[in-house]
Design a protein around this ligand. Structure first.
Ligand code: FAD
Length: 384
């Protein structure tokens, strides 16, 4: 491999993690290369629900690709009389198609000074003493550091010897076109439905001209998800389907157990396994980890003795503690349906408001778990 120019950082992948890392690095004046295997815009299997806490991390031009905005979300427990609607005066969720969102963010990085190369799969990564060498479909490149934001399969993490992600949840996303009156029935707000999937949930996200409907399961071995999704559609009375595009992928519900950066290579987003284990929402932490990678590189002055440790401690402060707390709650939510129903029967409104606070970025799991008084309050008893 030989390549002339030495970039400060090469970012692999133009999902929210990679594009936000490249944008933040370019804005700091670093020489950045952003490599994407697909031609943009490319479809990404995702509900395209951007929570308010994620939206706050995006540049204002993201408004151009928002298809719909919702100030409320619905939580249902199918087969019971438990239904809740959480409402805020500010938008809670923004609906996008990921092809458009990711393309816009990659172009924002390019406009800020990053060199964006599409249709450019990275085929090999070699870490040397002074740099990292990348062999791609469009030639070889060199950079001082690599941010691997290449998604849940992360060929970079695999090639460099990281152990596999520990908790992959299979998920389906179907893009559904329906007659106008059926579409209108589901267009009021996004809905999240429990009891439609074994140890998981199902959802309906209204887009401009169709519905993004999906299902995930945290159970192993995985149940027959396509059959469960079709059953869910029937339960909702969605039968007159004009067109249905079917997609499936994995959601990493726990981070890799080893440090998420080594020497000259930093993992971000799904490649690191940073999805919220309660909501299974990954865009917030993908964006945030991309930005933290840029912070670590800049504040670590591109010094190989400082950057990896700094990134790991930024992740610890901002994301990893939160994921640990979230996993405890997720266990109860997904593995103990009786406890879940008891809790929502007793305090469904307070719990829905709690989730709304998470969505808005006003609350987090870690501080809720640290304060037992908050449970007592939630369940109507006085704290000591
Ligand atoms: C069915 C489903 C529904 C979901 N719904 C939501 C939702 O509504 N809201 C939400 O917040 N999260 C959702 N998620 C999770 C969310 O999609 C991910 O957490 C998020 O996309 C992670 O972003 P990322 O940038 O880390 O990786 P990705 O978005 O996966 O991006 C990785 C990029 O790397 C590129 N790449 C891979 N290999 C190479 C290579 N060798 N060379 C160059 N480029 C490469 C890929 O082409 C891709 O563009 C959902 C996930 C699934 C599976």
């Amino acid at each position: 491999m030989s390549a002339d120019k030495l970039y400060d950082a090469a970012v692999i992948g133009t999902g929210p993690a990679g594009a936000s890392a490249a944008l933040a690095l370019a804005r700091r004046g670093l020489a950045v290369l952003l490599l994407e295997k697909a031609a943009l815009p490319r479809y990404k299997t995702c509900g395209g629900g951007i929570l308010q806490r994620a939206y706050q991390l995006l540049p204002p031009e993201m408004a151009h690709v928002v298809e719909r905005t919702f100030n409320s979300v619905e939580l249902n427990f199918l087969g019971t009389n438990l239904h809740f609607v959480a409402t805020r005066t500010e938008p809670m969720v923004y609906m996008v198609m990921r092809a458009e969102m990711d393309c816009l963010l990659a172009h924002a990085a390019r406009d800020a000074g990053a060199r964006l190369i599409e249709s450019c799969p990275v085929k090999n990564v070699r870490v040397k003493a002074e740099s990292v060498e990348l062999a791609t479909a469009q030639g070889n490149f060199r950079a001082q550091f690599v941010v691997a934001a290449d998604g849940v399969y992360s060929p970079t993490a695999k090639a460099l010897g990281w152990a596999d992600l520990p908790a992959l949840a299979p998920a389906l996303e179907y893009e559904l076109h329906l007659p106008a009156e059926d579409l209108a029935r589901f267009s009021q707000r996004p809905r999240f439905d429990f009891n439609g999937s074994a140890a998981g949930y199902a959802w309906v996200f209204p887009k401009r001209d169709h519905l993004s409907v999906g299902i995930l399961s945290t159970r192993r071995p995985c149940p027959d998800l396509p059959a469960q999704l079709m059953k869910y559609l029937a339960q909702l009375g969605i039968t007159r389907i004009q067109k249905m595009e079917k997609h499936g992928y994995f959601i990493p519900l726990a981070p890799r157990r080893e440090p998420l950066a080594r020497g000259r290579v930093l993992l971000a987003g799904d490649a690191a396994g940073l999805v919220d284990p309660v909501t299974a929402e990954g865009i917030s932490h993908a964006l945030l980890s991309g930005q933290l990678a840029a912070t670590a590189l800049a504040e670590g002055s591109l010094d190989v003795r400082r950057v990896a440790g700094h990134y790991q401690s930024l992740l610890e402060q901002n994301i990893l503690g939160e994921l640990r707390a979230g996993r405890l709650l997720a266990k109860v939510l997904y593995n103990y349906p009786r406890v879940r129903h008891w809790a929502f029967r007793a305090q469904g409104k307070a719990l829905s408001d709690f989730v709304a606070g998470i969505v808005m970025g006003e609350r987090n799991y870690a501080s809720a778990l640290k304060s037992p008084a908050s449970y007592l309050k939630m369940f109507g008893r006085k704290g000591g």
